[in-house]
Design a binder for this molecule. Sequence first.
Ligand code: SF4
Length: 85
Amino acid sequence: MIKHGKPVIDLSECVLCDICVELCPDVFIKNSSDYIEVSENVEQLLYDDHGNLINPSLLEDIKDAIKTCRGDCISWDEKTETKSV
Ligand code: SF4
């Protein structure tokens, strides 16, 4: 059983304060339209091929961004999968 997840932004609540980008620039990116998006590589940055966490400090940075977000609009989308090894 593997548990992993990634941050998701509700753009309708985002106030574009840029705190998430400042706290965690590898994950939260301001795109060319000036909206915040989550890096497509976030799961590769956090987990190895078996779903094991390889970057706990990055996970802490993401949690800080979730806690600090002015729009309270970043949530953690957790997935649990059963994978045969
Ligand atoms: S911290 Fe929250 S409100 Fe601020 S830019 Fe990031 S997602 Fe938007």
